[in-house]
Structures are given as C-alpha cells and as structure tokens.
Ligand binder design. Structure first.
Ligand SMILES: NC(=O)c1ccc[n+]([C@@H]2O[C@H](COP(=O)([O-])OP(=O)(O)OC[C@H]3O[C@@H](n4cnc5c(N)ncnc54)[C@H](O)[C@@H]3O)[C@@H](O)[C@H]2O)c1
Length: 439
C-alpha cells in the first residue's frame, strides 16, 4: 500500500440508507437507538468495542478502533429505508420477532418515526413477496432516477453531511453477469429497455453510486457486483463492499475450516442444514432465490481448503447446504453441521455443530460496522471494492481475476492492518519478537 491518505473528519450527521426494512434492518436501527439511550450494548461490533494493537508489544498502545481512526458517533446516525411493505420500524420489528416487546416498547415513538419510502420492487425477482408501497415509473432508468431523488431529498431533509447505503432487502433470484452489465453505457441503455437482467437491487446500487454514496450489499444477489457498477464506483470515488452478511453457519464454517487446514486434517464431508421461519426463510423457499444463496454458501470451503493444493486432504470433499423453511422457529434459526474429518493414517472422526442462532442479532453489528467503515473509506479517498471489509461477507466481492479470501482470521488481519495503514501506523506482521501476538 502507498502513503497514508488524508482522512476528512467525521463531522456532522451520517445518513444510513437501508433498502429493505425487515428483520436485520429493524434490528440494527433499534439496537443503535438502544445503545444511544444506554439500554443495551452494541455487542458484536468492532467499531464500537474492539481495540487495535499499535506498534511493538512493549509499547502498550491499544486504543479502541473508534479512538484511533475517525468514525461517526452513534448520536450522529440517521436512518432512511425503502420497503414494498409500508410498516414503520415498530410494526416491522414486531413482525420480524427478533427483538422482544420489552426492548421495543420504550423506543416505540422513535421506531415509528422511521417509515419506509416507496420501493423499487418487482415480484419477478422476489417471488414469495408482495407489497403496495411500490414506485411506478416509465422504465428502470426512470425508477433509478426516482431513487436518486429520494437520496437527495433524504440528505437535505435530515441535514446529513454524508450518506452510505447497505442493501438489507430480500435475496433476489439467481442472475448471471451478461453483456448488459459490462459497461455503464450498456447498463443505462438496459435500464431504458427494461432489460430483465437488471434487478431492483442493481437500481439501488446504481442510484447510490451516481449520488456518490458508498454501497454495501448484505444479500447474495449480484447488485453492485457487475463490471459496469464497479467501474462507475471507481470513477466517482465511491467505495463498494459485498456480498451476503457472514452470520450463523457460514461464520462458524470460516472459523472451523481454517483450523482444520492449519492442522493439516482432512475433511471428507460437510453437511449443513438450517431450519428457519422468518420472511427471509419464506423467500429462500423459492428455488430461484435459494440458488443465489446456495452459490454464496458453497464457495466458502473450496476457497479455504484449496483441494487442488491438498488433494490428499480435500479432493473428495462432499459439501451440501440445505435451507428449510419452518415457520415455528421464526428468526431463531437452527443450523446443524455434520463434519466428517480424517486424521493420522486415514482414521475418521465426526464433529457435530448445532448452532441455535439468532441471525439478525449477528447481522445487525455487521451493518453498523459496514456503514461506519465505508464512510471512513470514502472520507479517506478510497474507491471501488473494499476487500478489507471481506471479514463481514459470505461471498466477498473481489476485483476481476482475483479469488476471494474466506478465512475469518486472514480477513480480520487484513481489516486491522488496513486500519493501521489508514491511521499512519505500521502493519502488524508478527515477525519480530516485539511484534508477536496480542491483536
Ligand atoms: N439475517 C441474517 O443474518 C442475514 C445474513 C446474511 C444475509 N442476509 C440477507 O439480508 C437480507 C435481509 O434479511 P432479513 O432477515 O432482514 O429479511 P426480511 O425478509 O425480514 O427483510 C427483507 C425486506 O426486504 C424487503 N424488500 C424486498 N425487495 C425489496 C426491494 N426491491 N426494495 C426494498 N425492499 C425490499 C422485504 O419486503 C422485506 O421487508 C436478505 O437478503 C438476507 O438473505 C441476512
């Protein structure tokens, strides 16, 4: 990396725009407000809780990340959303069933004040959903224009200095990158022609990028992961990150698999199944939306274990992922993993992981961190894909020709070393004795 960039200060209000105001989005909004009122701690958030080791082990310098690089304060955050379902933050959070009434009720007024703007929504791309709070437009270009107007209006009405956008909408059907995604020109023509390969999430990403707003994608659908938008982001100095928040089962996978590999243990099979009963589960019950999610979940092990480099250990790995919609569980998903590992002389062992998980509780701090770090990236003059934020994603977006890094520990090191670089400190290499350990 080159010389340390100048970082503009994080003064004024930061608007966090969330397309999709369901379980994860309401959980982050409510959690930020609860933290502001001193009612709950922002557990899981690196920007709020984590320290960073600077210099030598003997230097005894470990400030909080937020005291080391300039980040917006929680008090300065304002939330805006879009959703085809017109429920305000209180109703939507109640319906999502993630947070309990005793947490929501004291903040009812605040949550009710966050109301979704009419969405760009098309049932073709999310088949198990419908809602009345939807924009009408001549074509997709016109719809994107309306989103750009929303962005400008929101910024002005809320007195925001800066904005970021994090896609928290449903998983769209599986689409492949094609000619219409190749250049900005082709993409803009495609919007005018209502090309079916342009999904609503791409219109939000386009609108954000054209307005100079950093964009992160919390779902596995392509969205900004197309050459036209990546180029547009670089040209306009807009940071991007994606895709698919790394929570639950995949988080566990990217913790465990690097451990097996570090110990040169074989893995013969990894069977992952989930039962979940929230709206996301209902959407993923549609095979086309599931296919998008499946691609995102499957790539993880192959990249971590590198069967081509270690055929004795991983060449026969059988990896299966299932998601089953099971309404009684609501947002409290159960993720089972059966892992068949192989040790010395080929002896087999089994590991069972039964994670009684709360997906949105794991996703909320990711959204907060992404919003604050993307804003930091923008203030530091960074643009295009921010690979140092791969830590937060199941399917990290990478520049063309590069493979994604999935190992949570490598991702973590990259994130912290990038922060050190931004803050004008040496990266931690663990080489000299004095640099050893203690991140
Ligand atoms: N919960 C998690 O831990 C987690 C983890 C990884 C990824 N994700 C992804 O994050 C997304 C949100 O998850 P969730 O649990 O909040 O789901 P959810 O179903 O509760 O909320 C999604 C919301 O998006 C809205 N929506 C759909 N299309 C839209 C559009 N075009 N514009 C605006 N809003 C739109 C829906 O009406 C819904 O209210 C999903 O794509 C999910 O796969 C969630």
């Amino acid at each position: 990396m080159s010389d340390r960039p100048e970082i503009k200060p994080a003064t004024g209000r930061l608007g966090i725009l969330l397309p999709g105001f369901g379980a994860v989005a309401t959980t982050v909004v409510a959690g930020v407000e609860a933290a502001r009122r001193g009612l709950a701690k922002p557990i899981g958030s690196l920007t709020q809780l984590n320290t960073i080791r600077l210099g030598k082990r003997t230097d005894d310098r470990t400030p909080l990340i937020k005291d080391f690089v300039s980040l917006s304060e929680l008090e300065d955050l304002v939330f805006g959303t879009w959703d085809p379902i017109p429920d305000d933050g209180y109703e939507s959070a109640l319906n999502a069933g993630v947070l309990e009434r005793h947490h929501l009720d004291p903040m009812e007024d605040f949550l009710r004040s966050v109301k979704p703007m009419p969405a760009v929504f098309d049932k073709e791309y999310v088949r198990r959903l419908d809602g009345p709070n939807v924009k009408k437009g001549e074509n997709k270009f016109d719809l994107a224009r309306q989103l750009r107007e929303d962005i400008r209006r929101f910024k002005e009405e809320n007195g925001c200095e800066r904005l970021v956008m994090v896609w928290c909408g449903s998983t769209e059907i599986f689409l492949r990158t094609g000619a219409v995604h190749a250049t900005l020109e082709a993409f803009e023509q495609g919007m005018r022609d209502n090309d079916p390969a342009i999904a609503p999430s791409m219109l939000y990403a386009y609108a954000a990028i054209m307005e100079g707003v950093p964009y992160a994608n919390g779902a596995p659908n392509l969205s900004a992961d197309i050459p036209a938008l990546e180029e547009a982001a670089i040209e306009r100095g807009v940071p991007l990150a994606g895709k698919d928040f790394k929570t639950g089962q995949t988080m566990m996978k990217t913790i465990l698999a690097p451990g097996f590999k570090a110990r040169m243990l074989g893995v013969e099979g990894w069977f992952s199944t989930n039962i979940l009963g929230n709206r996301d589960g209902a959407v993923l019950d549609d095979p086309e939306s599931f296919k998008t999610k499946e691609e995102s979940k499957l790539s993880v092990l192959e990249h971590i274990l590198q069967p081509e480099k270690y055929p004795d250990l991983y060449k026969d790995l059988y990896h299966k992922v299932r998601i089953n919609y099971y309404p009684p569980r609501g947002d409290n998903k159960e993720g089972w993993d059966n892992i068949d590992i192989v040790g010395w002389m080929g002896y087999k062992m089994q590991i069972k992981v039964d994670f009684l998980c709360r997906d949105s509780i794991l996703a909320a701090p990711i959204i907060l961190d992404l919003a604050l770090f993307l804003d930091l990236a923008k203030r530091s003059g960074q643009s295009g894909i921010q690979e140092w934020l791969s830590f937060y994603f199941k399917s990290p977006q990478t520049p063309a020709g590069l493979y994604p890094e999935h190992d949570l520990f490598i991702q973590h090191k990259k994130l912290k070393n990038t922060l050190r670089w931004l803050g004008g400190e040496e990266p931690l290499t663990h080489l000299g004795l004095e640099y050893y350990e203690g991140e």
